[in-house]
Design a protein around this ligand. Structure first.
Ligand SMILES: Cc1cc2nc3c(=O)[nH]c(=O)nc-3n(C[C@H](O)[C@H](O)[C@H](O)COP(=O)(O)OP(=O)(O)OC[C@H]3O[C@@H](n4cnc5c(N)ncnc54)[C@H](O)[C@@H]3O)c2cc1C
Length: 630
């Protein structure tokens, strides 16, 4: 065992004795005791039952956790192409069956029942053990207190204009976006004078060093461990730049910038030293594009350094800034508010934006035979088939696997609010050109890891609340103190435990963007929890070790939310051909097939909540029209 491992508290093999499904175990005498972990939770490692069926408390590998997606490869390979359940075994029938309990699927159920009445029989099937899709939360319990982390979708702000329907939904859920400040905890930063920091790692820079302060200032770069050439160039492009494209018209400049990467612009137009590029490695452009996959024009529109001498008057990218709002658990509370509307008994008590975060969802009520609205979790849909020719009034049968058993239901209508790339395998009857269109994009993989630590004195000593780590596996980490609201207690002092939120964007620099996404997704699907854990411990030790952080002692529990099926893919001028809107793959791909309509943010080619809702609205309307409703 290397010294490095020892210093990380890894001087014994990490297995379930030491770290059970994301929760550090304490060793009492000769036996392993669970310490703060409720005994029931210890049996909850399979992610199926235990802890009174409360999925947000399940830790370890979460997000698209292995059991949830284990059937996807068989679906892709055509194992269920012949409908796998006999008609005689299909007993349940619904007005609408929705595949996917993410923002889009939940909203589709809401729009459907708003249009046709609350007595409509609707079933939502989802492969995860919790609803919300990407909008998930992690709950840590430690010494009698609950700490909540954001497991995926954070907020409802967006660069795409809000439709009337999406705005109405926010209103109907009782979310007053103007109260954003009440839900954001900025007190800690002011009280303890915490600032942003950047950690320079020795693999990409001259040595390991944390530099605190504004990462655009001359003074910042003077303290950074950079070669003289890199320092000089970074100061230059963060200052007033000359016109590196002098002699070209604005239109020529923009056309050129649209077709080159930000990396190529920095290296070959602004001519910065190759040593300086590492500083930009952690920069996720829109849709988590990297410095080598972000079009230079997009970087310029976003105000990234290096362009202010070009004299371009670039259109500011739209931002629905008035919707900047999020709960301490991100959009998981929005999903809860939606479920509360759909199945009133599932979230006991009067629930509104002030109290939803603390509500204990009754998961046993989600799929009650007494209710016309049902959400069936841990149910992977494997095949969806129209029973009549497209256009006829007919039905759709939907086969799924739950608890290892194949089952099926029948719907008079069906909405696929699931990952669009899986649809050609779920519905092999769709035309080839539509299959090709659905296969075009590559979802963007991401990891949102939440680490509960015993105290954050190390952050306090360093004077930082958030740290960019451009060369490392996790490119960003920040304290997530939560807010004191609705019975939930935010963190206020450095001696208290706190959630540290860490973000990684697995990819393969140098390759085309879609290939990078696919390789990153594969990496996420194949890595074991222990590999993520080691990376987390190593990184926290290196970044915070100088101020006394000891991973072995200070880490209480981990939730690694891996999202190989992450953001919907969006187009850009570098990677995608410039075609008329109606020829875009997502438009061709989302066409209704018989009584099956297609939703999900994938169908909008936009990774935003309002888009997921708009696509749900469109899919519902398509079926309303098909059913002759006016
Ligand atoms: C880490 C992360 C952070 C994000 N942050 C933001 C943010 O701050 N703001 C924002 O607006 N957007 C954010 N997004 C984008 C987010 O994807 C959308 O906002 C929105 O939540 C997508 O909802 P959806 O219903 O379209 O898709 P999803 O949330 O992916 O829901 C689809 C559901 O269908 C299920 N499904 C798939 N296949 C099957 C099957 N065969 N059987 C049964 N169920 C199936 C999936 O498991 C999933 O539960 C984030 C995404 C990620 C991954």
């Amino acid at each position: 065992m290397s010294d490095e491992h020892r210093s990380l508290g890894m001087n014994r093999q990490i297995d379930r004795r030491d770290f059970l499904n994301g929760v550090a175990l304490t060793v009492a005498g000769a036996s392993t005791a669970l310490g703060f972990v409720p005994a029931a939770m210890a049996q909850d490692v399979s992610g199926v039952s235990g802890t009174a069926n409360y999925p947000p408390k399940r830790l370890g590998l979460r997000g698209n956790f292995p059991d949830a997606v284990s059937e996807f490869e068989s679906i892709r390979q055509g194992k269920y192409a012949a409908f796998p359940v006999a008609d005689s075994e299909i007993q349940e029938e619904y007005d609408l069956v929705i595949v996917g309990a993410g923002m889009s699927g939940l909203a589709a159920a809401h729009f459907w029942r708003t249009g046709l009445g609350q007595d409509q029989r609707v079933l939502i099937l989802d492969n995860h053990d919790d609803f919300g899709g990407h909008a998930k939360r992690n709950e840590f319990q430690h010494e009698g207190r609950t700490y909540i982390g954001v497991g995926g979708t954070l907020g409802i702000a967006t660069p795409y204009p809000y439709s009337y329907g999406a705005k109405q939904l926010v209103k109907e859920l009782g979310v007053d976006v103007k109260r954003s400040a009440d839900f954001a905890n900025r007190d800690l930063e002011a009280k303890y004078n915490l600032r942003a920091g950047t950690f320079f790692d020795k693999e990409h820079f001259l040595e390991d060093r944390l530099v605190v302060g504004n990462p655009r200032s001359v003074e910042f770069f003077e303290r950074a461990p950079l070669t003289d050439a890199a320092r000089k160039d970074l100061i230059r492009i963060h200052s007033k730049n000359p016109d590196y494209m002098a002699g070209m018209s604005d239109a020529e400049k923009e056309a050129k910038l649209a077709k080159m990467s930000y990396q190529d612009y920095l290296l070959h137009v602004a001519k910065i030293s190759p040593d300086a590029i590492a500083f930009f490695l952690g920069n996720g452009g829109r849709n988590n594009k990297r410095v080598d996959t972000t079009p230079a024009l997009e970087a310029a529109q976003h105000g990234l350094p290096g362009f202010n001498g070009l004299g371009l008057r670039l259109e500011e990218t739209f931002n629905e800034g008035s919707f900047t709002f999020h709960f301490p658990d991100g959009n998981a509370s929005i999903a809860r508010l939606l479920v509360n509307r759909l199945i009133p008994g599932a979230v006991p008590g009067e629930r509104d934006m002030n109290t939803i975060v603390q509500a204990a969802v009754n998961y046993d009520k989600l799929d009650s035979p007494d209710s016309s609205m049902r959400i069936r979790l841990s149910s992977t849909v494997v095949r969806v088939q129209n029973e009549n020719s497209p256009g006829d009034a007919g039905t759709v049968k939907i086969a799924y696997i739950k608890g290892g058993k194949l089952k099926a239901v029948r719907g008079r209508n069906c909405i696929l609010a699931c990952y669009n790339a899986l649809i050609p395998s779920l519905v092999p009857e769709i035309p080839q050109h539509q299959k090709d269109a659905l296969a075009y994009p590559a979802k963007v993989p991401l990891i949102y890891t939440n680490v509960l630590i015993r105290r954050w004195t190390a952050f306090q000593k360093l004077g930082v609340s958030r740290i960019s780590t451009p060369g490392m596996y996790y490119s960003y980490m920040s304290l997530d103190p939560g807010t004191t609201m609705g019975g939930y207690h935010g963190v206020t002092t450095p001696d208290e435990p706190i959630v540290v939120h860490m973000v990684a964007n697995p990819n393969k620099p140098g390759l085309p963007r879609k290939e990078q996404n696919r390789i990153g997704a594969h990496e996420l699907l194949t890595a074991k929890f222990e590999e993520f854990e080691l990376k987390i411990r190593q990184q926290l030790a290196r970044v915070l070790g100088s101020s006394g952080f000891d991973p072995a002692e200070d880490i209480v529990a981990l939730a690694v939310n891996r999202w190989p099926y992450g953001y919907a893919y969006t187009y850009d001028t570098l990677a995608d051909p410039d075609v008329p809107p109606e020829q875009r793959p997502h438009i061709i791909g989302r066409q209704r097939c018989g009584r099956i309509a297609i939703a999900n943010s994938d169908a909008g080619a936009a990774a935003f909540t309002n888009q997921a809702w708009d696509e749900a609205n469109r899919a519902v309307e398509e079926l309303f029209v098909l059913n002759g409703l006016t």
